[in-house]
Write a protein of this length. Structure first.
Ligand code: DGY
Length: 323
């Protein structure tokens, strides 16, 4: 029997790739950087399945370039804002993603960022590298206490909830807002429900865990930043465009907030000479929320299972939720 043809848009962990290669005629994009859109459009011509990454733009034009035989798109990520879901639905192409397995790793990273911002870890490392550590000083590199402080969680889905669990262990008061959850559900997930405006005003730490949608793009803008405490630490491990980076840079320069700790930026990747990187009160890491060995293996396994199920014409084990 003819094996299905698939394109995999980057080398992924063997835990998933080997399964795909065993069942399909597989072409893997071998380079470290993603295929440019035009190249991807050529590569998908005639494929039955596409395994893609959050760095690939997957729109209707690309689906049409692939052809009517394309029967599954499997993304190795929980987020799927790079995929035009309406276009996929119109064409009857199921889309898979990798929820659940990266919850703990991503919450670990978000909490790491919170601690790094609170205790000025990157500044401390730089202080030593700059040869400034001459003695123990009573008032140098003072940061914020977690115990008794308030953490505001924007978006109390799986990862937001895992963040709340970690915060409980550090004796933080937890408040949250989430447009799809009732107050009862927010309480059930370990947080006190509040409106976004109150969350911004009350929080010592604000952590963003909402998906990127037209409604959440620049949710953290100049007004939101102005509402925050001058001592506040902002953490974003969700998607870069939720925070207006230009407004954030201005807010940090003007002391409207104390620190920003980001795993995601807009644009992404951020250029090494971006002016925000010259500020001392910024901690930025390169979108590594799910970057643990076990988590990435599990993500690759789920992405492969989604792809293979779609190729067999079966429901995807982890299809993106319907609107
Ligand atoms: C996701 O899965 O959406 C993360 O951003 C990368 O793991």
């Amino acid at each position: 029997m003819k094996r299905p043809r698939v394109f995999v848009s980057r080398v992924i962990p063997a835990a998933g790739l080997v399964k795909v290669q065993a069942a399909c005629e597989t072409e893997v994009w071998p380079e470290r950087l993603p295929p440019p859109y035009d190249v991807l459009r050529e590569k998908v011509r005639g494929v039955d399945g596409l395994l893609c990454l959050l760095t690939d733009r997957i729109d209707g034009e690309l689906m049409d370039a692939a052809g009517p035989q394309l029967r599954v798109i499997s993304q190795i990520a929980v987020g799927y804002d790079n995929i035009d879901l309406a276009a996929a639905r119109q064409r009857g192409i199921p889309v898979g993603h990798t929820p659940g397995v990266l919850t703990e790793a991503t919450a670990d990273l978000a909490f790491t960022l919170l601690l790094a911002g609170a205790r000025r870890i990157v500044e401390g490392v730089q202080y030593i590298r700059d040869g400034k550590w001459d003695t123990w000083e009573p008032e140098t590199l003072l940061g914020a206490d977690l115990s008794g402080a308030t953490l505001g969680i924007i978006g109390l889905g799986r990862i937001g909830q895992a963040m709340a669990q970690r915060a409980g262990g550090f004796n933080l008061r937890i408040i949250a807002c989430d447009p799809v959850l009732s107050d009862e559900e927010i309480r059930g997930r370990g947080a006190e429900p509040v409106e976004l405006e109150d969350l911004l005003r009350q929080s010592d730490f604000v952590s963003v865990h909402t998906p990127l949608t037209p409604e959440t793009r620049h949710l953290i803008n100049a007004d939101a930043l102005a509402a925050m405490k001058p001592t506040a630490v902002l953490v974003n491990s969700a998607r870069g465009p939720i925070v207006d980076l230009v407004a954030l840079e201005a807010a940090l320069r003007q002391g409207q907030i104390a620190h920003a700790a980001l795993d995601v930026t807009d644009p992404e990747p951020i250029a090494a000479d971006h002016p925000i990187l010259s500020l001392p009160n910024v901690t930025i890491v390169p979108h590594i929320g799910s970057a643990s060995v076990r988590t990435r293996d599990q993500m690759a396994g789920i992405a492969a299972n989604n792809l293979l199920a779609g190729l067999r014409g079966e429901p995807l084990p982890h299809a993106v939720p319907a609107d």
